[in-house]
Each structure stands twice: as C-alpha cells, then as structure tokens.
Design a protein around this ligand. Structure first.
Ligand code: NOJ
Ligand code: CA
Length: 681
C-alpha cells in the first residue's frame, strides 16, 4: 500500500488554526469547517452545562443543536455541568491506495476539531469529542482518558443525538428485531421512524441527502437510532451479553466514529469515502494474497430445496457435484467454488444451536484433499464455509484448527454464517460459561475481529453472513473482504414473498454505503419457491454485477441455467470485481441508479443501471469514458416486452461504437435494468 502525504490547505484554515485556546476563561463555542468550507460544526454548552453540536452546510443547519453525552453503569454520567475547557485543531490531506476496492486512490482531506469538555464542579473529570470535518461529511467520536473517577467506564447508554433541522423522508430498517439486518426498507416521513439500524438515509424537504452511520466499530456495541420525538434521533447501543452493560471498557478508550454523510445528489453518498477514511490504515502489511474473484457454488440448489446441506440422498456437497462445479468454474473463468454442507453437523436442529458442527470433519462423500487438489490443478480454488448458527463460543473453540485445515488445503477464502435470531448468538462469558449475545453487540464485534485476524495469519479472506454491520474495517483488515448484512437474493428463493423490485435501489443508498455486500446476483431461473419468483428482469440481474459492489461476487444460479443461456451469461463472465474508479451517473433513493466503473488493471468501463417497479428512460452522457478512444459498447438491455412479472427473460444483446461525449438512452423495463461493457479499442 502506498501512502502519499501532501501539505494542506486553505488560508482560512491557517487563520483559524492560529486562534488562541481559552484555558483561563472557557469559550462558549467551538467551531470549525471542512477544507472547502462546505460543512461546519459548532459545539456549545447551555446554561445547565449540557453540551451539544450542530452541523451546517453552506451556512444552513442540517443537524440542529443535538446533545452529546455518555451514561455509565458505575460512575456518574457525562450529560450536564460541563464546560468547554479547550479546543485544538489539526488538518490532514493525504491520498492512500486501496489494495482492492471500488476505486484505487482515496483522498483523505479533513479539518479536525478536538473539544475538551470538563465538569465545572466536583471531581472535574473531562473527555474529548473529536470531529473530523470533510466536505462530504462529518465523523465524531468520544475519547475518554484514564483519570480518577473514570477508570472503569462501562456504558449504560450513549446520549448522542441527531436532530434533523428539517423534515425529511427516511429509508430505514427496524432495529432489535429477530431477523437482524434482513428486513425490507421502510420509506416513511422522519417523524414515523421508530427504532432504526444504521446506515439510515434521509432526504430533507430541501432535497439534501443525509446518511447516519458509524465507522471503525471496534470493541464497542453497534449504534442504532431511536426517534425520541419530532425530528430527533438518539443513539441506542446494542445491548451487551449476559445482562452486562452495553459496553464494558476500561479507560483509556475511544468510541467508534459517529458519521454523517451529507450530499446534494443521492449518488454523492455512494461516491463518498468518509467511512473508509475514518478507519485506521491497513494493519496487515502485504495483502497481495487477498484476491477478489467471482465464484460459483453448491448453494442455490439447497435454497431451492433441490439438494440438502445435511448428508442423505439429496446431499449437495458430494465429490461428483463439487467436481462438476470446479469444471464449470475452470471452463468459464471463475476463481472459486463455494461448498456449503461439507462438514459434519448439519442435522435437523442446527439452526440457532451450532453445538453439533465440526469445522474439521468432512462428510464421508466429500473428499476435501482430493477436491482441493482437483480444483488447484484447474486453476480454481475452493471457498470454505463455516456455519456457526451464531454459536461463536463453539466456533472459537475450533477456530485455529479450522483455519489450519483450510490453509493446508489451499483454501484462501471462507464464508462464515451466524444463523440465529437477534440476541441469540452465544459467546464465552468472563467466568468461562456461555451467554446469549446480540449479533451487533460488543462481544460479537470482538468475535468477528478475532476471526478476521486468525484468518489473516493463514492468508484467508472472510465473508461473514448474518454478520456484525460493516463500518469500513476492510481498510484496516483487507482480508475482511465482503459480508451479507441485509436481505440477500436468497429471500427470493424461499417460500415467502421475495425481494420486491425496489429492493436493490434501496440497498445502494442505504446498506451499501457501509461497504461491500455478498448479495449473490445472477439468477436467470426465475421460478423459485417464492410466490413471485425473482422480481427482476434478466438485464437487471446483469446490472447488479456493476451496481452492487463486492470483491467476492457470486454467479449464484444453477449451472444449467448458465449453460442454457450463453448470451446473457457472457456479461457475467466478462465483468470484473476490482475497480480503478467508480462514478454514480444518476439515481434517487429507492427508485433507480446508474453506476459506471473502470476495471482495475485494464481499459474497459462497465455500466449498470436499474429501476424499481416503474419503467424509466434515462439519458446518460458518456463523459466518463477516457478521451481520444473509441469503444465497442456491448449492450445487454431489456427487450420491448420485458417486465419483472411477465417477461423477465426478454433481453436484447447488441453492440454499438461509442466515444466520450456521446449520449446513450437507457430504457429500463418495470423491474428492469441494463448492463454495458465498454471495450476500449
Ligand atoms: C444463511 C446465509 O445467508 C446463506 O447464504 C447460507 O447458505 C445459509 N445461511 C446456510 O449457512
Ligand atoms: Ca442470511
């Protein structure tokens, strides 16, 4: 990873940096702005000594004064009786390189304001709130020093608030519900939000887009939001395990960053790198062993109930079936083959239990050494699978052996799974017993990092399903390659309503702001166990490979469906998974979006465009193409009669010559999409 630092910055900043600090008579307010003066933050205390912050964009309030504070289980809270003791400033302008990603280079350009808040009377304990102010968003976190009266600082609740200055429409999923992050998005007025997970996305009456989330969730519980009243949202930390505090910590420590992305265009939320920038740089050194790839798998057939995870007459992970997948992957240029149901333990009550799983003992009809050799001889790798049923304690007891085995077998990536209802994961308690935990609580956040670091020692990448939320830790641990953490394609396989046509247009502007998702696109066989089947056209399935960013990207369908449809399958074979550059050409939350990406290490561009249940005609200007080149555009578009309900397979594949400056009309069918590969001459 290269790291370039360039000197900062604006004259204005130098002037404000020269402001004196007010040690003797505390200042009533601390204030700082982003490098381009787009966003400003103001911190004040009221007559009661309650601190609050506000965020302004172009001088207009976005976040009205909103409280800051922390409530502890064993020492007095920080909420009132506080004054601004001092403020300090810093600024940074660096460019860093992602080892893999949606773009190669990322600029990290911010002004920092550190506000020290101190108790006016009593023990005069203090803490810092550190703000990093970018042109496209703000991150802030609490920093607690070790001091008398704050040695152990177990957290009962975080008192951070986010009060929107204007009414807004909100896109959100409920928090603290049994199905974790796997809910359809609600679109409601802000005033109807209940308990919500982050990222939550809002569009104000004025048309501004705001996303609230967090960055670098390490040794802390995930933050949810509860609407207190009116436009006020308040942090609601995920509960701790075994009835303990929400967060158990000794000082010194700091919280994760609370993040606010603020943009005029919805697409600018997607282009923002705020979350990654607020994470620490790569801690793993050379990560050239982390390889983005497309993969197929012994998987969809289980979700359609054609095969089983458990041993028996319909067992999916047999030598024969796995060899068939390896042959297919090798013949079609896929890097990996995922195999689920390979290990002992998939009996009828695996769900939410997990004690039966062995992570080292294969079923007798799955010859792991022979299959991994067979794969490697063909230039393909196996992708491992560890379903834990949320029993992290049981999994950790085998973790070292499990990863050692995969390392010996040359397996460079593992999908993990935590299928258990929210609050029903299991972790080891300090006394050695096992207690129930939340998937997004401190103990599970720590568990995932243990898995990722143990895997890294063996050069294995990790893709958790039913995970802790993504907060950009892939920057620090680049083998944390992707994850689920939302309603994936699998919902459209099961015998219940699947994902509706607007689902992906919601995901792009909400969950995906947090990071990559293993959504598992590419389904052509539209008849599933769900009453409506898959609610998209084929062209939209192809568009998903560009729209949904994931360095591990599955071609999820039954192999037969690809063999029968070589035309549209060609796009899935061609599309890369690692990008030099990414731009969002247009889009509205929950309605439609068009994203273009340039492949890393190549000259070709790719476009994915998709819509909800409404047909659309979009004009896109090809200004993103490199100047002075001609391209053959290989177009995969909805046919005249395409429709997500009646004619999913109506797809037109055609070519045209284009260059920068041309305008292309994109006609999207109801529930449809379009995918284009621009091949440079
Ligand atoms: C749920 C995961 O999302 C899915 O991909 C997996 O096949 C099953 N759990 C079984 O582990
Ligand atoms: Ca899942």
């Amino acid at each position: 990873m290269t790291f370039r630092t360039t000197p900062v910055a604006s004259l204005l900043w130098l002037c404000s940096a020269a402001l004196p600090t007010f040690a003797a008579s505390p200042p009533p307010m601390a204030q700082a702005c982003s490098p381009g003066n787009v966003l400003c933050v103001e911190v004040t205390t009221d007559n009661d000594g309650r601190p609050s912050y506000a965020v302004l964009r172009d001088g207009r309030p976005v976040i009205a004064p909103s409280r800051l504070g922390m409530m502890f289980t064993h020492v007095p809270k920080f909420e009132r009786n506080l004054e601004i003791a001092s403020q300090a400033r810093d600024s940074v302008d660096q460019t860093w390189e992602q080892p893999w990603g949606e773009r190669r280079e990322i600029r990290n350009h911010y002004n920092q304001l550190t506000v020290t808040l101190r108790e006016k009377t009593g023990p005069k304990r203090d803490f810092d709130v550190v703000f990093r102010i970018y042109d496209d968003g703000v991150g802030f976190r609490y920093d607690f020093r070790r001091q008398p009266g704050l040695e152990q600082a177990d957290i009962a609740e975080e008192l951070t608030e986010f009060t929107l200055a204007e009414d807004a429409t909100a896109w959100w999923i409920p928090a603290f519900e049994w199905n974790r992050e796997e809910y359809l998005y609600h679109t409601t007025p802000l005033q109807e939000v209940g308990d919500a997970q982050t990222p939550i996305t809002l569009r104000t009456k004025d048309g501004l887009h705001v996303s609230i989330h967090e960055a670098a969730l390490v040794d802390y519980s995930g933050m949810n939001l509860t609407r207190v009243d009116g436009r006020k949202l308040k942090a609601a930390l995920t509960p701790g395990s075994g009835g303990a505090a929400r967060v158990v910590r000794a000082t010194p420590f700091h919280t994760p960053w609370r993040t606010l992305q603020v943009a005029r265009r919805a697409g600018d939320l997607v282009e923002s790198s705020l979350i990654l920038n607020l994470n620490e740089p790569n801690a793993l050194g050379d990560v050239s062993w982390v390889k983005p790839m497309k993969y197929v798998g012994v998987w969809w057939e289980m979700h359609l109930d054609l095969k089983t995870w458990a041993a028996g007459p319909k067992h999916g992970a047999t030598n024969e079936n796995v060899r068939r997948h390896i042959d297919f992957a090798a013949a079609n240029g896929f890097g990996g083959v995922l195999v689920e149901g390979w290990n002992v333990g998939w009996n009828a009550d695996w769900f939410g239990n997990g004690e039966s799983f062995s992570f080292t003992q294969p079923y007798p009809d799955f010859d792991l050494p022979a299959l991994s050799r067979y794969a490697q001889d063909k230039g393909v790798v196996l992708i491992g699978h560890h379903e834990t049923s949320g029993n992290a304690a049981h999994y950790e007891s085998q973790l070292g052996d499990a990863f050692d085995l995969y390392q010996r077998m040359g397996i460079p990536a593992v999908k993990t799974g935590y299928v258990a209802d929210a609050g029903q994961a299991k972790v080891r308690a300090p006394d050695g017993g096992v207690v129930y935990a939340w998937h997004e609580g401190q103990d599970m956040a720590n568990h995932h990092l243990r898995v990722v670091t143990e895997a890294a020692k063996r050069h294995i990448a990790v893709n958790p399903h039913e995970p802790v939320k993504d907060t950009g830790l892939r920057r620090t641990y680049p083998n944390w390659i992707t994850r689920e953490g939302a309603r994936g394609m699998e919902f459209s396989a099961w015998g219940q309503p699947g994902n509706p046509p607007e689902h992906e247009a919601n995901l792009v502007f909400t969950r995906l702001l947090a990071g990559p998702m293993d959504y598992t696109p590419g389904i052509f066989g539209m008849h599933t166990r769900a009453p409506d089947g898959i609610a998209t056209t084929w062209a939209k399935q192809l568009a998903l490979y560009v729209v949904i960013y994931s360095p591990l990207q599955m071609a999820a369908d039954l192999l037969d469906n690809y063999e029968k449809n070589p035309g549209p399958f060609q796009f899935i074979k061609d599309v890369p998974v690692d990008w030099e550059e990414t731009r969002v050409l247009n889009g509205e939350v929950g309605d439609y979006v068009t994203i273009v990406r340039k492949e890393r290490g190549g000259e070709n561009w790719y476009l994915g465009s998709l819509t909800d249940e409404h047909p659309r005609e979009l004009q896109v200007s090809l200004d993103f193409l490199d100047p002075g080149r001609r391209y053959t555009a290989q177009v995969y578009r909805d046919g005249e009669h395409a429709d997500w309900k009646t004619r999913r397979e109506d797809i037109v594949i055609e070519q045209r010559e284009v260059s920068r400056g041309d305008t292309l009309p994109l006609r999207l069918a109801p529930g449809g999409g379009q995918a284009i590969r621009f091949v440079a001459h």
